[in-house]
Design a protein around this ligand. Structure first.
Ligand code: ZN
Length: 219
């Protein structure tokens, strides 16, 4: 059985019907998984509620994000929401939902370390573009960096690999101060200029190894 950490609460991060990162992303996945021929091999689990583990959750979050940024997101949500950047929206419930997403990632780490078997976290908002001091690219918190750093704090964990697959490279994970990690980022571009620019930026960083594929190529 494959554990899947998921909550319908993740649908309450309201980015609007025309936003690419909308609740329908997850409902499409959950529908596909629940109707798959191997659906009985999936073990659906709820993430640990955010108020049941505040110290653990906030410690993991504050290891990557400065407290003033976290508080600013919370205040923005409680004021009714707004934009962090032109494509990153905070809705009234987004702060709590983003915390629950981080909780799910931590649960996934705990599960995988406890069993030595894979765990799958199906959460939103996503989390590989968020910079430590500013969300961006649909991402409020840097879930991948937070989970990787959290894993590194656990007994017996000396290294973490991140396989990052998106149309862009994971700049938020790259910029997180405590994730001196070896990671592989696979992203797509059809622009030679952008490809050259990203390669130039990454050349200075010994912890980055990137694979590039043009749009339409099979990974
Ligand atoms: Zn992206």
């Amino acid at each position: 059985m494959l554990p899947i950490f998921y909550s319908d609460d993740f649908l309450d991060h309201n980015t609007g019907v025309y936003h690419p990162e909308k609740p329908g992303r997850l409902t499409a996945i959950t529908t596909a998984l629940k109707t798959a021929p191997w659906a009985d091999q999936l073990d659906w689990r709820s993430p640990t509620p955010i108020d049941a583990q505040n110290d653990r959750l906030m410690a993991a979050l504050e290891a990557i994000h400065p407290q003033p940024y976290i508080a600013a997101v919370q205040q923005l949500a409680h004021r009714g929401g707004g934009y962090i950047d032109p494509d990153t929206i905070v809705s009234p419930r987004s702060y709590d939902v983003a915390l629950l997403a981080v909780s799910a990632w931590l649960d996934g780490v705990d599960q995988a370390l406890a069993t030595g078997e894979p765990a799958f976290v199906l959460a939103r908002p996503p989390g590989h573009h968020a910079l430590p001091q500013r969300g961006m690219g649909f991402c409020i918190f840097a879930n991948a960096a937070i989970a990787a750093h959290y894993a590194l704090q656990q007994p017996g964990v000396n290294r973490v690999a991140i396989l990052d697959w998106d149309v862009h490279h994971g700049n938020g994970t790259q910029r997180s101060p405590k994730t001196m990690l070896k990671w592989l980022t696979a992203h797509c571009t059809s622009s030679p200029f952008i490809l050259a620019l990203v390669q130039l930026k990454n050349r200075a960083l010994t912890t980055i190894f990137s694979i590039y594929r043009c749009v339409g190529a099979a990974l």
